[in-house]
Design a protein around this ligand. Structure first.
Ligand code: UDP
Ligand code: MG
Length: 318
């Protein structure tokens, strides 16, 4: 019989671990689905790891891995997928903002032969106007970059073993899970879900972190910003040709005087475009540098829910 691995990235979620584990385990038991739950503690500084150890000691089907520091949600998801041994994996937020009942629907679709089941948001939950607008811009740029409609994409998905293996073997340092699962293809189906309100704790994202995340994800899927540099350069060339011709004509006709404002404006304009362009190129160089260094995506410092010999339980025991 097949096994479903449920991966729960958790960062400072001490209040949610027990509820999440109990809710999901109860649902899967009721449906007679064999499962393992993998909590990935993304370097939390509250009591999340203790809570994970508690739940894993009560249920042999619950495991935990503790990352040595906060590596970010993407890395936590990759860590969970790498550790999973199921025939299919579901990734779900451990704050239960993704409705756990949908796991069952996803699993049934997987049984029907679908290899990637994407959770698509019906609504985006409570958000400020600014946040909503920024998210909209980000997703439209990203949809254009990837060629897939990402406007309501989420990290709530089910992946077949084949898809999991592909993602785990990509070894991209700054992977964007949400877009990568569309990029890999496979027989895909979407299922809509309503984002719930958070019942405990706060969102783990600051405005700054979200902006960085947005730039990072767009640049990991598209080189368009670099092409903009070329475009700006061409534009500047046309402007300077026109201005040059005007200047020569003025010189010949003997009216070449003043022009200080024009010179200053051109000077400021061209130097800011040059600096902006160097910045964009520098960003990509930095990304190449990161990939070339080839550091691990995450580092595991502790594990729990394994047998006495420190091995993960065998699939048969799940
Ligand atoms: N998360 C994580 N590492 C991080 C930030 C978040 O593993 O650095 C987890 C977090 O514990 C939660 C999920 O990712 O399970 C979604 O985070 P959050 O609820 O803060 O995001 P939001 O729902 O506001 O988008
Ligand atoms: Mg959340």
């Amino acid at each position: 019989m097949s096994v479903l691995s449920v991966i729960l990235p958790s960062y400072n979620e001490e209040q949610m671990i027990k509820t999440a584990a109990e809710t999901i385990a109860a649902l899967l038991k009721a449906e007679d689905i064999r499962y393992e739950l993998i909590f990935v503690d993304d370097g939390s500084y509250d009591r999340t790891w203790e809570k994970i150890e508690d739940v894993s000691s009560c249920d042999p089907r619950i495991r935990g891995i503790h990352l040595s520091r906060n590596f970010g949600k993407e890395a936590a998801i990759i860590a969970g997928l790498t550790e999973a041994r199921g025939d299919c994996c579901v990734v779900i937020d451990c704050d239960l903002q993704h409705p756990p009942e949908k796991i069952i629907d996803m699993y049934r679709l997987w049984e029907d032969g679908y290899e990637v089941v994407e959770g698509v948001k019906n609504n985006r939950g409570e958000e400020s106007v600014l946040h909503r607008t920024a998210a909209k811009c980000f997703y439209s740029v990203l949809s254009a970059a990837t060629g897939f409609d990402m406007s309501n994409a989420s990290d709530f998905k089910l992946l077949d073993r084949k898809a999991v293996n592909v993602i785990v073997n990509m070894q991209e340092k700054k992977a964007f899970f949400r877009a990568m699962s569309s990029w890999i293809g496979f027989k895909t189906i979407s299922i809509p879900f309503d984002v719930r309100e958070r019942t405990a704790g706060d969102s783990k994202w600051s405005k700054m972190a979200l902006s960085k995340y947005a730039v990072q994800n767009i640049t990991s899927f598209s080189a368009a910003p670099m092409h903009i540099v070329t475009l700006l350069g061409t534009l500047m060339l046309i402007v300077s040709l026109v201005m040059g011709i005007i200047a020569i004509v003025q010189k010949i006709s003997g009216v070449a005087l003043g022009g200080f404002t024009t010179v200053i404006i051109l000077q400021l304009f061209s130097s800011s475009i040059i600096m902006l362009s160097i910045g964009i190129i520098g960003y990509y160089v930095a990304r190449i540098f990161e990939e070339v260094k080839n550091r691990p995506i995450y580092i595991i410092s502790e594990r729990c829910g394994e047998n006495e010999r420190g091995e993960a339980r065998k699939r048969e025991d799940i």
